[in-house]
Write a protein of this length. Sequence first.
Length: 623
Amino acid sequence: MSQSPASGVLSVTYRLLSFISCKVEREISLKVGLLSLGLAALSALPSEAAERVIIRVGPLRQSIELTDLELFAQTGEVPDTLRLYERFLSPQVQRSLNQTLDLDPSMSDRIITDVIDSPNGELLLDALARIAPNLTMPQLQAAVRLAAIQSEGLSVLGILRAIPQDTLEVDLSAAIALASQLNISNLESRSLSGVLEKELKMDLSAPLSVPLPTDIDPAAKGSVDFFMRSVSFYDDDRDRVIAANIYRSADPQGPLVVFSHGFGADRYFLNYLAEHLATHGLTVVSIEHPGSNVQALMEMPLDPEIAKTPSRLLPASEFLDRPQDVSFVLDRLAETSRSVPGYKDVFNTEDVTIIGHSLGGYTGLALAGAKLDLRSLESFCQDIQPLGVSPADWLQCAAVSLDDKQADLSDPRIKQVIAMNTLTGQLFGEAGLSEVRVPTLLLTGTQDGVTPTLDHQLLPFEQLAGPKYLLAVIGGTHLSTGDPDNVNPALTQLPFMPELQPKLTENLRQMLRGVALSFVAQRSPVAAQYKPFLSSAYVQSFSTTELPLRLVETLPDSVRSWIMLTERLSASQKPNLADRLTSLSYLKTLENKTQIQKSIAVHLQASQVATVLRSPLPFMIGR
């Protein structure tokens, strides 16, 4: 890519955001290989020079002496005081500490002025003000100018030495939040938010081609009394105990509905939806996957290798075991219906709609016919760039160690799929999802920082071969669809991936009650009566200012064209971050252009940035 004068200025801004890798460990619910500290360009008026940096994460404080960093930069040797960080002090970090940017003294002030006055400079200064709150904005502006005219060139250590105070205190939570926001997948999702909201919007004042029935309200609680019973099934072949909640009435009817939860959650994650379907006479079985539920996560010992090896967090076997859990439970329920008194024909196991969230979405798609294809996953995981990776992209790499690279986990009893915030990524290869021919509804949240929209929902949606719907929750996050009584409220306070407060997502859950019931009903004699509720008009009627809702059966042309461009880039060569950002301009939206302008400086030449490691634990806990 040729470098225009504008991109030259962007390169300068990028180099001002060199990162130093650090790590602090906390209890398992917040364990994280911490993102690098955005310390470059932190300098100011010449007075007392900084001698140390104090890293603050909540109540935890860790002091780093600059002389120790200088020794490492010069020799590559790790001083005793930095042994805690030895795993992260790689040769790449050493090169970043030594890297200098030479500027012509006669031009440096002009270049820095252009940077500071640009949208990129505004983003940079605002971010640094949050990361180092004890420095004022004028100090930060002066710091950038001062650092640019150093005779030895602009470097991280030189900048730190110019800070006008003995100790610089850095708020690591703010740094983590910043880096999380600059994740390339998140940037793509934000750009798509405006596109999907506007292009999928319909005029609700216009007459509908198929009016919504007035005598049916699928979102309202049904009149059927039901009871819930918790059971456990033991699989001898796999030495695996599978717990499940069964919701059923005295006179069950219609297809069987099976729920599969996400990683780090449990069988209660969508309890409100299971109960709603049961009040309409449906039998629901909510399965708990023992190798990837909240209990397995919380029992895991602290392991510093998790950041390097995702299979230590999520066993690779879970990608096979989860679909097999569902098939095994269906076998047992079928046997119960045949042979246990009082349960004759209770479980319609030959006609199943599966509803899955996150890793449960993967489970549902695999059962519906998507062929696991891991042949390209190993190279993807080897070359993955930490600044451009989402937690789901990182987590899917746990599957690399599977011996069976092309597993067929399909079960012909699965007749329909609802996959919400599904984790797909590279797990099905280039064509595996084209094997899914059953009706499928994919839900995407455009502010989902765990399973971002493009790679995990939009690309999969385009590949599906059967009847399909895309339900777009504009501004929705990863856990927005969960039962508020079964989602840890502390997750709404995380700086890494803030979740929405339950009061903001109530309309979404109410809409899901109606849509899920109407979708499942398509396998029943009343399909025609409920079909009108699988419409844009019905879904959009639940929209709020904070959370617009959209439903389509095909993507708008602008998004499809952009996806085709992205796929061509990927086919010709693995696109770098700048290529992916630049391709977003194809969407031609004002919001997108602004976001690109504010972010491309950070991602330009991202391969030179020091290694950043992070564990997705705080993102994944669903309870």
